[in-house]
Design a protein around this ligand. Structure first.
Ligand code: PBG
Ligand code: ZN
Length: 324
């Protein structure tokens, strides 16, 4: 079709037609809110690089979870900031660990909100790596058992879904088997399947106190230069029993989201990570961009690339706007 027979502007002129031909929708149902749980009473530590986000002690955490539920956000994902770290990440899988307590409390007070837990060891190990370290090397197979124990302890506390973010090979199978053996065959796994070794995680590591104390995460997280490898990672996790796969980060990896959407039928999540949030907030603060408009455009782009759901620090702000 060529001009003047076809005029693309015809379907842009009336706001109602624009609504009718819109191909991508952003809805609160698509959003998952990340929250940071910390011990203590009445703690609400602002995270400098993530305006509006805090390390929250249980009563504040429950209040925020309730607020999210009230806005129509179906799920939250909890990250824990433990009060002790050690080489074996013991606080990650103990019964009264911070995440376990948070899950129990939220499931009691806001029972209909879906509670997802991030399963990793980096916030719990004294060296800050996502697995167990032997001779300066992250030992893949030795980490699997602890990750599985962590996932089971989250399920025992009442978590509705577990989300392993460690990037050890074989961890989805190990977690699936451990959950099945302990009677949690109905607890789904949302796997951080294609998780890149990204500098966009900076603000999060400050928030969760989970930066590696030596080296970096290049031996287990993916090289940002690789796309085909992401497909292999996703297929592996799918074979191992992942129910939902994730691409992370989102914005610099829209091509990966698009590829996975075309090649894999599982529900697909994308993680709009801390650095992506901080950049928009910072530019907004400088008066350089319209933060709200850029937020909506960004979330829409992630949906357009193919993500069914988005983990985002914008969840509350976006839901408020989408509801109004
Ligand atoms: C822990 C974990 C990280 C994020 C989620 N889980 C950080 C990392 O891998 O260092 C990043 C989230 C964000 O930046 O918002 N494995
Ligand atoms: Zn980790």
């Amino acid at each position: 079709m060529l001009f003047p027979d076809y005029r693309p502007r015809r379907t842009r002129l009336h706001p109602s037609i624009r609504r009718m031909v819109r191909e991508t929708r952003l809805h609160p149902d698509n959003l998952i809110l990340p929250l940071f749980a910390i011990g203590g009473k009445n703690v609400k530590n602002p995270i400098d690089s993530m305006p509006g986000h805090f390390q929250l002690s249980l009563e504040h955490l429950v209040a925020t979870a309730g607020e999210a539920y009230g806005l129509g956000i179906p799920a939250i994902i909890i990250f824990g900031i433990p009060d002790s770290k050690d080489p074996m990440a013991k606080s990650a899988y103990k019964k009264d660990g911070i995440v376990q307590q948070a899950v129990r409390e939220i499931k009691e007070k806001v029972p209909d909100l879906l509670v997802i837990t991030d399963v990793c060891l980096c916030a719990y190990t004294d060296h800050g790596h996502c697995g167990i370290v032997h001779d300066q090397i992250v030992d893949n197979d030795a980490s699997l058992d602890l990750l599985a124990r962590t996932a089971v302890s989250h399920a025992e506390a009442g978590a509705d879904m577990v989300a392993p973010s460690d990037m050890m090979d074989g961890r989805v199978a190990a977690i699936r088997q451990a959950l099945d053996e302990t009677g949690f065959e109905n607890i789904p796994i949302m796997s951080y399947a294609a998780k890149y070794c990204s500098s966009y995680y900076g603000p999060f590591r400050q928030a969760a106190d989970s930066a590696p104390r030596f080296g970096d995460r290049r031996t287990y997280q993916m090289d940002p230069a690789n796309a085909r490898e992401a497909v292999r990672e996703v297929f592996m996790d799918m074979e191992e029993g992942a129910d939902i796969v994730m691409v992370k980060p989102a914005l610099a990896y829209l091509d990966i989201i698009y590829r996975i959407r075309r090649q894999c039928d599982l529900p697909l999540a994308a993680y709009n990570v801390s650095g992506e949030f901080s950049m928009i907030k910072a530019a907004e603060k400088m008066g350089w961009i319209d933060g709200t408009a850029v937020m909506l455009e960004t979330l829409t782009a992630i949906r357009r690339a193919g993500a069914d759901m988005i983990l985002t620090y914008f969840a509350m702000e976006a839901a408020r706007i989408l509801n109004s």
